[in-house]
Design a protein around this ligand. Structure first.
Ligand code: ASP
Length: 448
């Protein structure tokens, strides 16, 4: 049995939905189909989910609701008419939007319900289309599926009691079309996962029914060894381990949601990244273990938008509780940190800049100064992180030497190095303006 998930670009238009139908039809093992909301058809296009969020937030602006509903309905109308599905489905979508806008609920509950309409409508449209071409398909709401989640609007987590319920769906004769991105709390409240969360639904269903494979259809042929924005036609990755994928998706590889790996990983279900626009391409397979190969580095990931707080205090190593007090300040201020490399008398904490806006920076720095009394404290913004990723890193001699040489050949200064704690990656902090040069040089060193 396979669980097959189609992303936003795969259901963005009638033409794309026809491709989806062909993929579903081509393999009788594809019994569980999970869909996203219609995404972008071209670069400057809008995602339906973003349009629904805007509609949910108009309370704060003073523009008529109709101005927001109209473009949403226009997108759905184009799809439904081109698929020749008749008007009932459109009336249903419109009615759902109106019902949510008029329901007796808090603004946050309404926003959650609106956000889910994109995936919900996609699933209804796909199941109607499959039925219209003679494929026995049935829409199934996540509540009926048994996706029970924690009460965290916009960041829901799956609860373990969901899985046995989902397992019972294995006997289905029809193809089930399930909207991604949301579930229901024990009290029956709709809660969405974090953005891009349809991948998470797919993984939950795959783990629940103990699928043989979780196929994730997107708009790229595979996972590439580096972001194609830096290198033209980079090497394709055929197989990755879950750990490698986790490290890559942490730093800029956005083909697969990082939270989506967890359910598949726990049940050891292989995940295959495929392309709806080129289904013949073999894609990238993500597995728990792979044969050791001579290539120890599989990919080079990178991301910008980091900052680092540097703290130095003589005899820091002997001061019991120094680290705890520092992290307690971050916890109090609601700031999550990414890495914390340390020396004998120094410590740096790397934070995503979005988690430390300038207003908070002043307060945090003052608290550190006052509560920890360091000799020196400074903050560095505009940093980028590069991750050199591969299961073979720990057992291969000379990777660090090769990587640092590549960065120095690009005339880039390394602000920070972090290995040790991760077995599958080596991380370098550099100035964001140097990123392009450093990534290119690393790629040529490890892949040419
Ligand atoms: N439609 C949702 C989003 O745009 C979830 C998804 O596409 O996976 O975030």
């Amino acid at each position: 049995m396979k669980v097959t998930k189609f992303g936003g670009s795969s259901v963005a238009s009638a033409e794309q939905i026809k491709k989806v139908a062909n993929i579903v039809k081509a393999d009788p093992q594809r019994k569980f189909i999970v869909v996203s909301a219609p995404g972008k058809r071209f670069k400057k296009d809008k995602k339906i989910t973003d349009m629904l969020i805007e509609l949910g937030e108009i309370g704060r602006k003073h523009r008529p609701k109709a101005e927001y509903i109209e473009p949403i309905m226009k997108r759905f109308t184009e799809i439904v008419e081109e698929l020749k599905l008749g008007g009932t489905i459109l009336k249903e979508i419109n009615q759902t939007i109106e019902n949510v806008l008029h329901m007796d609920a808090t603004p946050s509950e309404k926003l959650e319900a609106l956000k889910a309409i994109g995936e919900d409508s996609s699933a209804k449209i796909l199941s109607a289309y499959l039925t219209s071409i003679g494929i026995p398909a049935r829409y199934m709401n996540p509540q009926e599926v048994g996706i029970i989640v924690s009460n965290n609007p916009g960041n829901a987590r799956i609860l373990p009691e969901s899985f046995p319920k989902i397992y019972n769906l294995r006997t289905t004769e029809d193809i089930l079309i399930i909207p991604g991105f949301f579930g229901y709390t024990k009290k029956g409240q709709l809660n969405t996962f974090s953005r891009g969360g349809s991948d998470i639904t797919g993984s939950i269903i795959a783990a629940g029914i103990k699928a043989d494979l979780y196929e994730n259809y997107t708009d790229v042929d595979c996972v590439y060894s580096v972001n194609p924005a830096y290198i033209e036609k980079p090497k394709k990755i055929t197989t990755l381990t879950y750990k490698e994928m986790r490290e890559l998706s942490y730093a800029g590889f956005s083909v697969f949601h990082d939270e989506a790996l967890i359910p598949a990983f726990k049940e050891e279900i292989p995940v295959c990244i495929k392309n709806t626009n080129n289904p013949k391409a073999p894609g990238t397979l993500i597995v728990s273990e792979k044969k050791p190969s001579e290539k120890c580095v599989v990919g080079i990931a990178s991301d910008t938008g980091f900052c680092s707080i540097y703290i130095s205090k003589y005899l820091m190593n002997r001061e019991i509780g120094f680290g705890r007090k520092l992290f307690a300040i971050l916890e109090d201020e609601g700031i999550s940190f990414e890495h914390a490399p340390s020396g004998i008398d120094d410590m740096s904490v790397i934070i995503r800049e979005s988690n430390l806006p300038l207003e908070k920076e002043k307060l945090v720095m003052e608290r550190i100064q006052h509560e920890l009394n360091p000799d020196l404290i400074s903050i560095h913004r505009n940093l980028a992180m590069i991750m050199v990723v591969g299961e073979g890193l720990v057992r291969t001699i000379g990777v660090a030497q090769k990587a640092t040489a590549a960065i120095s050949n690009a005339n880039v200064n390394i602000e920070m190095i972090n290995q040790g704690s991760s077995e599958v990656s080596m991380m370098f902090g550099i100035k964001a303006e140097d990123l392009d040069r450093a990534v290119k040089s690393l790629y040529h060193t490890f892949f040419d």
